[in-house]
Design a protein around this ligand. Structure first.
Ligand SMILES: CC(C)(COP(=O)(O)OP(=O)(O)OC[C@H]1O[C@@H](n2cnc3c(N)ncnc32)[C@H](O)[C@@H]1OP(=O)(O)O)[C@@H](O)C(=O)NCCC(=O)NCCS
Length: 186
């Protein structure tokens, strides 16, 4: 059964604003193109979304992946109003709908970094996957990989409870740097 989701809410704390996670909308196209102008985002994405046409093709992939139970990609917005502008992304994927191990990726737009939006959003996605609102095809483990020089991605993983599990050797030319695999049992 496909998962249905309107939005996920991350409550405000005394130090940080509320966040909302929601599915993507046509109005988000410019922010996705802007995010992919950043080489840090582009180099870590399966497909470069550097123009509007590419984003619309990607939206189609998201719909297909969501319906198939293999790809769940949410926009992060600040506040509790889902119509607010997207400032980041959290994606969970698995090779087949039956796989119990999923992969996570994330980005935030450059000018909104350093405010713990990504780790708080990631924790909320973990809670969602563990909840009764998730599909009847459970995920029992989430993992994420990042290049060894990506300290910010490493910190997000640690802050969201994804322990460093193993190191990955460099595989040039595609992966010139060694890497880390972090994982969290669900
Ligand atoms: C990784 C990323 C998503 C972190 O998002 P975020 O919302 O800034 O997360 P945080 O605020 O928790 O910051 C994480 C770390 O980034 C670093 N950081 C802080 N401010 C920063 C800024 N203005 N710019 C860049 N990095 C910053 C700090 O090391 C911080 O760790 P700390 O809180 O222990 O000091 C974001 O840097 C990003 O989009 N990077 C490019 C894409 C990417 O590498 N994705 C990961 C693929 S797995």
């Amino acid at each position: 059964m496909a998962v249905t989701l309107d939005s996920l809410s991350v409550p405000a704390t005394t130090a940080a604003p509320a966040l909302t996670l929601r599915t993507w909308r046509t109005r988000d196209v410019p922010v996705i193109v802007l995010a992919h102008a950043d080489p840090l985002v582009r180099s870590r994405s399966p497909q470069p979304l550097t123009d509007e046409t590419a984003v619309h093709v990607w939206f189609q992939l998201l719909d297909e992946g969501w319906a198939a139970g293999t790809l769940y990609v949410l926009a992060i917005v600040e506040g509790d109003e889902p119509d607010a502008d997207a400032l980041g992304l959290i994606a969970v994927s698995r090779p087949t709908p039956e796989d119990e191990v999923g992969d996570v990726t994330y980005w935030t737009v450059a000018e909104r970094r350093g405010r713990a939006f990504a780790p708080r959003a990631l924790e909320s996605v973990v809670d969602w996957i563990r909840s009764e609102r998730w599909t009847d095809a459970p995920l029992h483990r989430l993992q994420l990989a990042h290049s060894g020089d990506n300290d910010a991605a490493c910190r997000v993983a640690e802050k969201a409870g994804f322990a460093l599990e193993r190191e990955l050797a460099a595989k040039p030319p595609k992966y010139p740097e060694s890497g880390h695999v972090h994982a969290r049992k669900l």
